[in-house]
Design a protein around this ligand. Structure first.
Ligand code: LMR
Length: 391
């Protein structure tokens, strides 16, 4: 039976982790998978997480089951950061813990499909796993162009996609720090998107995986909040893997917004049933560590300081790249206006391969670079290599 299967290629992005590890050059640069790195190139455990984990070791008295919705202390503690002071937006939001942001996106897609969604509009390029998830559950997906060649948002294409959407369609939006382009919508553009969604009734799914790594925690939630204030129903997929540095612990949450309590309850019961059938219960450890941080003022401050440091460092890298301007055949100036961990360089697959083979610089074949992989010690080498390969 198993011989009927076709071999799948390994995930191209995750394959870079091994390729990079196997390269013996000491001046190699990893701009592949999206993890934050310090100026020394490390991805340390947050001090706030270490402290929270210590408290768990000292105080956690049971590891008994919690249920498909996971740790509701964690889920609720996050809500003011995502949705604002009125954390349930007037009682319209219910959430549950998921295995990472991917678990939340998967649950959102599966629940939307169960409720009759037939196709999902999605700006391209996007995180490659988005398309994989939608294809895997046989949800049709309709692309629109997220960004223009000058490195700004293609708002006309977004609005056209929303306005021309067929019935039973949804739209996937990145709440902030777009992966892979780093191209954000302005607040006027978010307003226009929210208005268009409200007019057409297309169902919004907002994936927020990098809150706090763009302009700031509040700033990065503004677009999402402006859409939610205008529409009757939505799904929100949330990841703590980056903004708490919990990558391999898989810490995420899925939120449902509905105007009617009975509808919200019904949708939540279906999300619970899908979660039970998928992973039964989410892994607990990361969520409990985040909960410990968010319910302690001192740990919360420590976490916020760590986030500030990360954001400021990435801003410095972006400024340095933007100052380089035209570099060979690539204009690096737009990277200064973009946000978050990623930007896309307009380079060919062949140029990506040459950067890897000749210069030990690892990036996705799409030209996506992880900004945090650059630092003041390797950025000049990177700029010179880009000039060399694209000039
Ligand atoms: C990335 O885009 O590099 C991260 O979200 C890691 C992943 O799972 O792909």
């Amino acid at each position: 039976m198993l011989n009927r299967l076709e071999t799948q290629s390994p995930d191209a992005l995750l394959a870079l982790i091994k390729l990079y590890a196997d390269d013996s050059r000491t001046d190699k640069i990893d701009l592949g998978v999206g993890v934050y790195r310090t100026d020394d190139g490390d991805t340390p455990v947050f001090a706030a997480i270490k402290a929270a984990e210590q408290r768990l070791v000292d105080n956690q008295d049971s590891k008994s089951y919690l249920g498909p919705e996971g740790d509701m202390g964690f889920v609720n503690a996050l809500m003011p950061y995502i949705f604002g002071d009125d954390a349930t937006m007037g009682g319209r939001i219910a959430g549950m813990q998921t295995p990472g942001g991917t678990g939340a996106v998967r649950l959102a897609a599966a629940l939307a499909q169960k409720a009759g969604l037939e196709r999902l509009y999605m700006g391209t390029p996007s995180w490659p796993n988005h398309a994989q998830i939608f294809r895997d559950i046989a949800l049709e997906f309709a692309p629109f162009e997220h960004a223009k060649a000058d490195g700004t948002a293609n708002i006309d294409d977004v609005l056209e996609a929303i306005r021309s959407a067929q019935p039973n369609s949804g739209i996937l939006l990145h709440g902030c720090c777009h992966n892979p382009t780093g191209v954000e919508y302005t607040s006027a553009q978010w307003d226009a998107i929210g208005d268009a969604i409200a007019e057409t009734g297309i169902f919004p799914i907002i994936d927020t995986a990098y809150q706090g790594l763009g302009d700031g925690l509040e700033e990065d939630a503004a677009g999402l909040r402006s859409v939610l204030a205008k529409v009757p129903e939505a799904f929100i997929a949330y990841s703590c893997d980056k903004n708490f540095g919990m990558y391999r612990d898989r810490v995420g949450a899925f939120y449902i917004m509905a105007n009617d309590q009975a509808v919200l309850d019904k949708a939540f019961s279906n999300a619970n049933a899908l979660a039970r059938a998928s992973w039964s219960m989410p892994p607990d450890h990361g969520g409990s560590a985040v909960r410990e941080i968010l319910r302690d003022g001192e740990l919360t401050r420590l976490w916020l300081d760590e986030l500030d440091t990360m954001r400021e460092r990435m801003r410095q890298v972006r400024t340095r790249l933007a100052d380089a301007g035209q570099t060979g055949g690539v204009d690096l100036a737009p990277l200064g206006q973009q946000n978050g961990l990623f930007s896309v360089l307009p380079v060919s697959k062949e140029q990506v391969a040459t950067l890897r083979e000749d210069h030990g610089i690892y990036m996705a074949a799409s030209g996506r670079i992880n900004i945090a992989g650059l630092n003041m010690g390797n950025i000049d080498k990177f700029i010179a290599a880009v000039a060399d390969v694209t000039g």
